[in-house]
Ligand binder design. Sequence first.
Ligand code: TRP
Length: 329
Amino acid sequence: MDTPRVRTVSGMRPTGPLHLGHYFGVLKNWVAMQEEMEAFFFVADWHALTSDYADTSNLRANILEMVKDWVAAGIDPQKCVIFRQSSIKTHAELSLLLSMITPVSWLERNPTYKEQQQEITAKDLGNAGFLCYPVLMAADILMYQPRWVPVGQDQLPHLELTREIARRFNHLYGEVFPEPEARLTPAAKCPGLDGRKMSKSYNNGIFLRDSMDSAAQKIKGMFTDKNRLRKTDPGNPDICNLFPYHVLMADPEQQAEIREGCTRATLGCVECKAMFLKNLAELLEPLQTRRSFLDHNPDIVHEIIQKGNIQARKVSARTMNLVRKKMGL
Ligand code: TRP
């Protein structure tokens, strides 16, 4: 008998163009996982609405742009299922059903919820949809009965809630949902241009679609080791904002060469930045070639999503039949 392939599910909110932080923090991991297992990757457009409900003028464009970035980065529709959350209406149904068995107190004490409520003051996050964010996320995940969910550290409380909800469902209605496990993205340190976390809201990112000219401009303005004022001063790669990029992109030999050159004051920051730019071009150019093909062929992007939607619907229909039966509907 064939053993079913191990499954994985993950989603990303379409909030704008993807940057290197997304690439090294998420996409690289997804690309590896699509080789190993049956993978479902989706655009979490309903989740984008939980906080960005007031102005939705960019949503439709962001969805397509994000899928283009994914495919350009190597997420391969031949190897995984790429779909759009809002096209699979059963995610809403399952979310509703799971909300029946989820105590409000579980949602209110979710640390990510509390933190964002406090930190994001520019938007009113008192809406029910934002409180119920993790229930919808649990539905997204459990629908596909995956073994692994690749997420970043900040998503762990949500995943824990998913597991608790699954346990409660199984306890009340019988075994349906295996408890999924987090597959933590290996911590990829990818600081923004100013040394803070790379983030769209800080405007400190290098985007996957940045031209090499624009990337060169950004890199030129980057902080390095701020104690190193002249080339003849020895630098310290461990406090330099640029060096983490070499860790991500330079081969071990070049990394060693840079570390030595910096600490011995034989390699200046300008040359060091030139090395980064060259490595960046090697990474981004093939990606941008694929990207530009998709820009010129938007139908292909629509087809990828539509084909993925059909596959996701098939799997979700099976899960929902079981869920409805178990719940007496
Ligand atoms: N909350 C996730 C994030 O902000 C996005 C997401 C929605 C997700 N549903 C998911 C991730 C299901 C993994 C699985 O990054």
